[in-house]
Design a protein around this ligand. Structure first.
Ligand SMILES: *Cc1c(COP(=O)(O)O)cnc(C)c1O
Length: 451
């Protein structure tokens, strides 16, 4: 019935007058332009990238990187013999990251250390945890512990209570006891006065968090390293530290104000990072590096041989097929920005974060929980003596009316009566966008005060 002159038009088409297929595969297909238009329409009210202050993930890359990624979408990073150059770029990137984390001069990938790309930090954490678990099993067996007797020797992992959910998954999937060191008013990161009380011969390792997701605070991993050194002097089963640096790992190397937290500390055995957080690549990439390419750090049962350039290479990742585009994009960022570029980007990020703290202080109703002087995460609560009749949940709703995503939520267990708001300052949040946010924040708070 459609007239010919309407054939190329979406408006007036059959599909424009119908609801979207949702429950079952539609019998008939449609024109590809129409399908594209409809899929775009569904996304209308999703978060706008620049106003999404809730996510840690990259929402903006350079057009050159976009083009590189589009051109490599169809590659499969796991097929190392079919895509040997992608595999090579993966290894160059691992090497650059290891050196960025002070693996040591003249240290070489495969000869000295080893690592892999992952789908994100979750996979990196899982691998870091598994290498702790398996190497503990080897040590425990050697020391004569009956590790099949789970009653006496159920493995445990020590971590502060504000961990990211992946650590709970790790402990559940692999039947490991999670020993949480609680936070309190004085200890908003891993409690160094008590952490070693949680350690015994069944401890597979301790997690240090270089960037606590909920507050942006950092664990004092330098102090932790000292405590572990002391413990290992007399321990039947010495332990190691894995550092979860999901977002701090691509920030701390470029900005002042951090104590040593990486491979400078001798008990740090492995570190993971999300490439899609401050590594500035779109979601879908992470990295993990082990300090030594030895059985002791990465047990043999976690290495699976795959063909590579007429010989073979270890496959370590859990995930199998995924596009090589993200690896290209990460390598692009490394060579495009270099140390100088990352330093400039991250210092701007810090400037914006400190500015937000200044502005928050001017309202005279907030107490700052994380001020951006280390990691660029702004967290605040309503001050105990503030005279306001609204909550941070109200502020979250109000800011949403202006398009901004600023989540409010309780602190981890033990301090969960305290509600905080969080802004993650990402590289894409320029000072101009920050100005815009502050303007709307003032309007939002005015609105709330008038109610
Ligand atoms: C984001 C985050 C993770 C999970 O990372 P993904 O890359 O999203 O899988 C793990 N740990 C910490 C500390 C995080 O902030």
């Amino acid at each position: 019935m459609t007239e010919e002159y309407l054939e190329q038009s979406f408006l007036g088409s059959l599909e424009a007058g119908q609801s979207m297929p949702k429950a079952t595969l539609p019998e008939k297909g449609m024109n590809p332009d129409t399908a594209e238009t409809l899929v775009q329409h569904i996304r209308l009210n999703e978060a706008k990238a620049d106003q999404n202050l809730a996510t840690f993930c990259t929402t903006q890359m350079e057009p050159q990187a976009d083009r590189l990624m589009m051109s490599a979408m169809e590659t499969n990073a796991i097929d190392k013999s079919e895509y040997p150059k992608t595999a090579a770029m993966e290894n160059y990137t691992i090497s650059m990251i290891a050196h960025m984390w002070n693996i040591g001069e003249n240290k070489e990938i495969f000869k000295d250390f080893i690592g892999t790309s992952t789908v994100g930090s979750s996979e990196g954490c899982m691998l870091g945890g598994l290498s702790l678990l398996h190497s503990w099993k080897h040590r425990a067996k050697k020391a004569g512990l009956d590790i099949d007797n789970l009653h006496e020797h159920k493995p445990n992992l020590v971590i502060m209570s504000g961990y990211q959910v992946v650590w709970e998954k790790f402990c559940t999937y692999w039947n490991v006891d999670m020993r949480q060191v609680p936070i309190d008013e004085q200890h908003m990161s891993l409690d160094m006065d008590h952490v070693m009380d949680y350690v015994d011969e069944n401890t597979i390792g301790i997690i240090g968090i270089q960037g606590i997701t909920y507050t942006g605070a950092v664990d004092d991993i330098q102090k932790l390293d000292e405590l572990v050194s002391e413990y290992n002097k007399t321990a039947q089963l010495p332990i190691r530290i894995h550092v979860d640096a999901a977002f701090g790992g691509f920030f701390a190397p470029f900005v002042d104000g951090f104590k040593p937290w990486d491979f400078r500390l001798k008990n740090v055995g492995s570190i993971n990072v999300s490439g899609h957080k401050y590594g500035m690549v779109y979601p879908g990439i992470g990295w993990i590096v082990w300090r030594e390419n030895t059985e002791e750090y990465l047990p043999n049962e976690m290495r699976f041989s795959v063909p590579y350039l007429g010989s073979s290479i270890d496959s370590i990742a859990i995930n199998f097929s995924h596009s090589g585009a993200h690896i290209l994009a990460q390598y692009y960022n490394m060579i495009r920005f270099g140390r100088e570029g990352f330093t400039a980007v991250m210092n701007n990020v810090r400037k914006v974060s400190l500015r937000i703290t200044d502005e928050l202080n001017k309202f005279n109703v907030f107490e700052i929980v994380n001020d951006g002087s280390q990691l660029p995460i702004n967290c605040w609560k309503i001050a105990d003596d503030a005279n306001v009749n609204w909550t941070l949940y109200d502020l979250e709703d109000k800011l949403k009316e202006y398009g901004w995503q600023v989540p409010a939520y309780p602190l981890p267990a033990n301090r969960d009566k305290t509600i905080i708001s969080r802004v993650v300052v990402r590289p894409a949040m320029t000072m101009a966008i920050c100005d815009d946010f502050i303007d709307d924040l003032k309007l939002a708070i005015d609105d709330l005060n008038k109610k």
